[in-house]
Design a protein around this ligand. Sequence first.
Ligand code: PGA
Length: 252
Amino acid sequence: MRKKIIAGNWKMYKTAPEALELVAALKKEIGGVTAVDVVVCPPFVHLGAVVDNCRASSIAVGAQNIYWEDAGAFTGEVSGPMLASVGVKYVIIGHSERRQFFGETNETVNKRTRAALKNGLKPIVCVGENLAERESGRTFDVIRDHVTGSLAGLTKEDMLRIVLAYEPVWAIGTGKTASAAQAQEVHKFIREILLKMFDKATADATRIQYGGSVKPENIAELVAQPDIDGALVGGASLKADSFAALVRNSMN
Ligand code: PGA
């Protein structure tokens, strides 16, 4: 039985006071939830403060990126030991916005994933096709490429600590959710790839989140699908009431 995991990706939103306000409200509303794993992923500058403010709650904190070297002359980057040292537990890797705007490739996703694992962090590895790829019938090829490339050379033990997120790019921030059936089809396909790359136990144990316009209104139908184990949430994670409602609705 896979425990569901709901993660809020705050992207590049929230000043310091806004971040603390959101976290205080979330703590009040869902700070005691243990039936699903709840994670918030603020921008780097707020990580320490958000970790401190989540301490007496079940909410875990994740970063939105990680560099693959532990230290060095890499201006502007943030490393695994730094994230671990402030109490971060998860890290989103290979989000489509990183792939689209910052030159992220399967190869760099793989390097970042290894760095996260090495530093005791749990990677949330994102995969997903864009609109042109879906419309030209290449969805499954792209997903296969993202999954095999991003997870290349990892072991079964590594996989036990990795969460995958399927995020069709055309559904991110657009209000166009993939239908539950469309998402389930790809999630099932991802699990089949994991079976081929690793084994059945690993494929069955890996949590695969869906992401792309997830809201309190559609989360229940999504997580009712056999291969959808939670959600990576952007817009609806920026307000305490919608994120709390979404978390609650994922438990029904
Ligand atoms: P959205 O973003 O929920 O705003 O569509 C999801 C994501 O990019 O992770």
